[in-house]
Design a protein around this ligand. Structure first.
Ligand SMILES: [Zn+2]
Ligand SMILES: [Zn+2]
Length: 206
């Protein structure tokens, strides 16, 4: 897989970081099965740079993810649904995955770690539109297209990590249109962690 690299820079000093979306999956082996989750970009105070850190889903997020499998059926159709579910291998599999994920998350009291050095001294970086007040700031592709077509100038797509200050006191800015030109090739990577969040081993997915 080949992907563009975009630049993140600091408003207070000459710090810069080249960000590439890397297809990484985190996995943890538990007594009930293998649990899968994902990393996110964060600042590691130990590495003193932007790196991949664990993104731990909350119990509510896990429950929401499985919610449609656990919707209570109406009394009229409930018995049919339960009968189907008893023989539905996919449904059974989902139930096992949910049980494993819930047990893993309940037991996981350790905070998220940096995937490079293992430190928990990290700050997740959430880049949002500096002009938008609401939390949801995903830039709509259609809006950009419209702006380009009707105004002739592209919309400013720069986002800022508002809740984070660099050691110099500056803010980190991510500009998706600032592509230094280099493209990197990544294959899917799986990083295995223990139930505490320490890296056990890494492998490339076939
Ligand atoms: Zn700085
Ligand atoms: Zn680190």
């Amino acid at each position: 897989m080949s992907l563009d690299t975009t630049r993140i820079h600091c408003t207070g000093c000459d710090f810069e970081h080249f960000e590439t979306y890397k297809p990484i999956r985190l996995k943890c082996r538990t007594d009930l099965g293998v649990v899968s989750y994902y990393p996110t970009s964060g600042w590691c105070y130990q590495c003193n740079r932007i790196t991949d850190v664990e993104a731990l889903p909350s119990l509510e997020e896990i429950q929401r993810h499985y919610a449609r499998f656990y919707r209570v059926p109406s009394p009229e159709t409930g018995w049919i649904k339960r009968l189907i579910q008893r023989f539905d291998k996919k449904y059974q599999q989902k139930c096992r995955e949910l049980e494993a994920e819930l047990a893993w998350r309940k037991a996981r009291s350790a905070p998220p770690h940096c995937l490079k050095c293992g430190s928990a001294d990290i700050a997740p970086l959430k880049f949002t539109d500096p002009n938008q007040q609401t939390a949801d700031s995903d830039v709509d592709d259609w809006d950009i297209l419209t702006a380009l077509e009707y105004e002739g100038t592209p919309r400013d797509r720069r986002t800022v990590a508002k809740d984070f200050l660099h050691t110099c006191g500056g803010q980190l800015v991510h500009d998706p249109d600032d592509k230094p030109g280099s493209r990197y090739f990544w294959s899917e990577q799986v990083i295995w962690l223990d139930s505490y969040g320490a890296v056990v081993n890494q492998e490339n997915e076939k």
